[in-house]
Design a protein. Structure first.
Length: 218
């Protein structure tokens, strides 16, 4: 396959939530989630060597966060509820609690090339999947301003989980006008509820997001 032309320095790699709690053994384990680490390390070193930017996001919830099933009486992980801020909130096991081991990046993720870390979901009452906006679809994380101020117009995304944080980050990126790519071998899905992995691929395609193997960027 011919390489996908990525222009530097006008491109950024967005590494989404490669944290222990989303990796095998973690609280909200994504099957084989750690498989994303090697392709992301390769992409990060490529981007850094060409003058592109590398951003990592970190799910960063306070104890008792609204997205935790344990915060809602009688609710179990996987069930839905609504909150003061959003109509539909899927409930998760407690995960990525601020400062915990589970919230740290996977130990093999090379954070050397990372220029900016965006933490999200740090307000007790509001969840955040996208790297750009929290789930009220209004509260900005600041990432768009960072990228636009550097004249970055193309993004390659990878990380966890393909059907939540990567999906909503890529959809927002496309809606904000970035040429948006997802590196297919650098993502893994939780697939909760079942079918959400397939739905994610469909939504990405409809939004004009290009899905390609990480090797195609090299
Ligand atoms: C995520 C569920 C809850 C993710 C974060 O990183 O995809 N999923 N919090
Ligand atoms: Zn979360």
């Amino acid at each position: 396959m011919p390489p996908i032309p990525i222009r530097f320095p006008a491109s950024a790699l967005i590494i989404v939530d490669v944290q222990n709690d989303f990796c095998p053994g973690g609280a909200l384990e994504v099957s084989k989630g750690d498989m994303v680490v090697q392709p992301l390390n390769r992409l990060a070193s490529l981007f850094a060597s060409k003058g592109g930017r590398v951003v990592a996001t970190q799910d960063w919830h306070p104890a008792g966060h609204v997205s935790f099933a344990s915060s809602h009486e009688g609710k179990k992980p996987g069930e839905l509820t609504h909150t003061a801020r959003v109509k539909e909130q899927i409930l998760w096991p407690d995960h990525c609690v601020q400062g915990s081991q589970g919230a740290r990046f996977h130990q093999d993720l090379d954070t050397g090339p990372v220029n900016l870390i965006i933490r999200k979901g740090f307000r007790g009452g509001l969840d955040s999947y996208s790297a750009f906006f929290e789930n009220d679809l209004q509260t900005s994380t600041g990432l768009d301003g960072f990228l636009k101020s550097l004249s970055i117009d193309a993004l390659v995304l990878g990380g966890l989980a393909a059907d939540y944080c990567v999906l909503y980050s890529a959809l927002d990126a496309a809606a904000l006008g970035y040429k948006t790519f997802v590196a297919s071998d650098a993502v893994r899905a939780v697939d909760i509820p079942e079918g959400s992995a397939e739905r994610a691929m469909k939504l990405l395609g409809e939004a004009g997001v290009i899905i390609a193997m990480s090797k195609e960027f090299e």
